[in-house]
Ligand binder design. Structure first.
Ligand code: PMP
Length: 303
C-alpha cells in the first residue's frame, strides 16, 4: 500500500472475531483501534474536529487549537493540527499516562497540566481560561461538540457494518466523552433497531448511580452524563472493576497476542458478562480503543 501522508492511514482498522470461549456459544468482535497511526480511536476524532473547524471557518491558518484531554484526543488532535501547521495546546490532568504526554509533545503540541484531583472538569475550566486569553484560539471541546459523535457515526460505525458477517445483537463500548458510544450506537440502531447498545464504565464513574471516585481504568468513566447520550437509546450500563479490566488485559496479551489498554479490558469483561444474558449464538461488537504500550509505566501488566 503506497500512501503519501500519515493521515491517510486513519480508519479502516481490523475487526477481529476474538478466539475465546464466550457464554452461550456467542461471538465477540473487537475493532482494533490501536492500528490508527497515532495509536488510538481518537485519531478519527482529531482529524474530524480539525476538518470541521476548517470547513466552518472556526479555524484558519493562524489559529491556536486548545483542548482538554485525557491524552488520546490530544495525540489525535496534535497529529491533525500538525498536518495543517496549527499550534496546539493540550490541557491534561497530571495523573494521565506519561507515554501519551510524551507523544503529544513529540508531535509538537504544548502541554498544560491541571491538578489530578480536579479531574477532567479542571482541565475543561483551564482550557476555557486559556482560550479567553489567547487571540484567535479555538477549543473544539470534545465533551459537547456534536462533531464528536458525528466522527464515529460517519467512519467507525459504517466500517463495522461493512465487516460484520452477521447482524449485530449488541454493541458494547466504554464512555469517556461518550462520543464513540453515542455515534456508533446511533448508526447501528438506525440500521437495525434490534441492536442493543450497552455502555461500559469503571467503578468510580457515575452512570449507574455509584459514587464518583478515582479509578485506574484510563480513558473511560464520566464525572457528568455526556450530552450525546440524549440522542441514543441505551439498553444497559455495565460497571466493571479495575482489577477485572486489568486481568482481561493480561489474558489478552498472554493468550492471544493482543496488546490493549485498560478500557479495552473493561470492554471485554462487559461483553462476556452481557453474553451470559443474551440468547444463544449472539454477535457482540465492541471496541478496543488503544494499546497497552502507552500504559507500561503504569505497570499495566503487573497489577
Ligand atoms: N478508551 C480510551 C483509551 C480513550 O482514550 C477514550 C477517550 N477518552 C475512550 C476509551 C472513550 O472514548 P469516548 O471519549 O469517545 O467516549
Amino acid at each position: 500500500m503506497l500512501v503519501h501522508h500519515i493521515q491517510e492511514l486513519i480508519g479502516h482498522t481490523p475487526l477481529i472475531e476474538l478466539p475465546i470461549a464466550v457464554p452461550n456459544d456467542s461471538h465477540i468482535y473487537a475493532k482494533l483501534e490501536m492500528f490508527n497511526p497515532g495509536g488510538s480511536i481518537k485519531d478519527r476524532l482529531g482529524d474530524y474536529l480539525i476538518q470541521d473547524g476548517l470547513q466552518s471557518g472556526k479555524i484558519n491558518a493562524t489559529t491556536t487549537i486548545i483542548e482538554p484531554t485525557a491524552g488520546n484526543t490530544g495525540i489525535g488532535l496534535a497529529l491533525a493540527a500538525q498536518h495543517h501547521q496549527l499550534k496546539t495546546i493540550l490541557v491534561v490532568p497530571e495523573k494521565f499516562s506519561m507515554e501519551k504526554q510524551v507523544l503529544m509533545q513529540a508531535l509538537g503540541a504544548e502541554i498544560v497540566h491541571t491538578p489530578s484531583e480536579q479531574g477532567i472538569q479542571g482541565a475543561i475550566k483551564k482550557a476555557n481560561e486559556l482560550a479567553a486569553s489567547i487571540p484567535n484560539s479555538y477549543v473544539p471541546m470534545q465533551f459537547k461538540n456534536p462533531a464528536n459523535p458525528a466522527a464515529y457515526y460517519h467512519s467507525l460505525a459504517p466500517e463495522i457494518l461493512a465487516d460484520m458477517p452477521h447482524p449485530v445483537t449488541a454493541f458494547v463500548a466504554g464512555a469517556g466523552s461518550g462520543g464513540t458510544f453515542a455515534g456508533v450506537a446511533a448508526y447501528l440502531q438506525a440500521h437495525d433497531d434490534a441492536t442493543q447498545a450497552v455502555v461500559v464504565e469503571p467503578e468510580g464513574s457515575i452512570l449507574n448511580g455509584g459514587p464518583a471516585h478515582a479509578h485506574r481504568t484510563e480513558g473511560i468513566g464520566v464525572e457528568f452524563i455526556p450530552p450525546f447520550f440524549e440522542q441514543v437509546r441505551i439498553d444497559q450500563t455495565l460497571t466493571i472493576a479495575d482489577d477485572d479490566a486489568f486481568a482481561a488485559v493480561r489474558q489478552l496479551a498472554r493468550k492471544h497476542g493482543l496488546f490493549v489498554g485498560s478500557s479495552s479490558g473493561a470492554a471485554l469483561v462487559a461483553s462476556l458478562k452481557l453474553a451470559a444474558t443474551l440468547p444463544h449464538n449472539s454477535h457482540i461488537v465492541t471496541i478496543f480503543p488503544d494499546s497497552s504500550e502507552r500504559y507500561l509505566s503504569q505497570k499495566i501488566y503487573s497489577k
